[in-house]
Design a binder for this molecule. Structure first.
Ligand code: BTN
Length: 267
């Protein structure tokens, strides 16, 4: 697929075919920005200033100040990778917030599985291939009266980049399958899977989503090494709490729950 961009914005791509699936929530018209600091921040600023419909997707070919989880940054070589954000208006109870992380990681995971890439979801929502990070997801929600009204789901996926800084354990689709992939084809797949899983969330089918998440969760019901409060221990992930905290049963001792900054995976 060919696409061109002009100096500021953009090009609008309208996906006509969606691999025979019906897209219910996501708008198949994608805005491609030539360059932007962060697609998440850009979408959130649009939300403040204009009415945005559910399902809006913004992608950029060059993200100059990408945001990661826990205040980290997300770096990506221009024109090589996917960086995009999607607006959802889920209207789900705040207790179910973590399901937005679940559906986005499942969508990326399934897209990679289709390419015969054996990936795992590292809690909360990193996507790993052989312990190398291939994708990161940042979900930013706006909550009113215990309901999630708006959710900006930002996804970074390494597609055609082959060199990464030595200190980063990262991979890409090209490194995994030795084939360059058209960015928009991958985008389309992720969107259609996100739409698919989002439908389960809208139908409150939490059990199905949780089952899928556990099936693909790194370390689930396996003994692995972790570190918390400077103490290393072995244990197995036995699940996540309703708030999305990680539940680990250490080899010795009682089950513990961890928030994102409280536990480190030692692989
Ligand atoms: C992480 O692994 O820490 C999350 C990385 C999320 C990166 C994506 S790229 C598109 C969107 N815009 C951002 O600024 N960040 C997310």
């Amino acid at each position: 697929m060919n696409y061109k961009i002009n100096s500021f914005v953009l090009y609008k791509i309208f996906f006509v075919d969606f691999c025979c699936v019906k897209i219910k929530y996501i708008i198949p018209e994608i805005e491609i920005l030539e360059e932007i600091h962060s697609t998440n921040d850009h979408l959130m600023s649009l939300l403040k200033n204009e009415k945005c419909e559910e399902g809006k997707v913004i992608m950029t070919l060059n993200q100059t100040d990408g945001k990661g989880q826990r205040g980290n940054t997300w770096h990506s070589e221009p024109n090589k990778n996917l960086q995009f954000s999607i607006l959802l208006k889920p209207e789900i109870p705040v207790q179910k917030t973590f399901y937005l992380n679940i559906i986005s990681s499942l969508a990326v995971h399934k897209t990679l599985t289709d390419l015969k890439i054996s990936a795992k979801i590292k809690w909360p929502n990193d996507i790993l291939v052989n312990q190398y990070k291939i994708s990161g997801i940042l979900v930013e929600n706006s909550i009113q009266k215990n309901v999630i009204h708006q959710s900006v789901i930002g996804i970074g996926l390494n597609v055609n980049q082959t060199h990464f800084p030595a200190k980063i354990k990262a991979s890409s689709i090209l490194l995994e399958i030795s084939k360059e992939i058209e960015l928009l084809d991958i985008l389309k797949q992720i969107i259609s899977y996100l739409d698919f899983y989002y439908d389960f969330l809208k139908q409150s089918n939490y059990a199905f989503l949780l089952k899928k998440y556990y099936e693909n969760l790194f370390g689930y019901q396996e003994i692995k090494k972790y570190k918390s409060n400077e103490i290393e221990f072995e244990g197995e992930i036995i699940g996540i709490t309703d708030e999305g905290k990680l539940k680990i049963k250490p080899k010795t001792g009682l089950i513990q729950t961890f928030d994102i900054k409280e536990v480190e995976f030692l692989f």
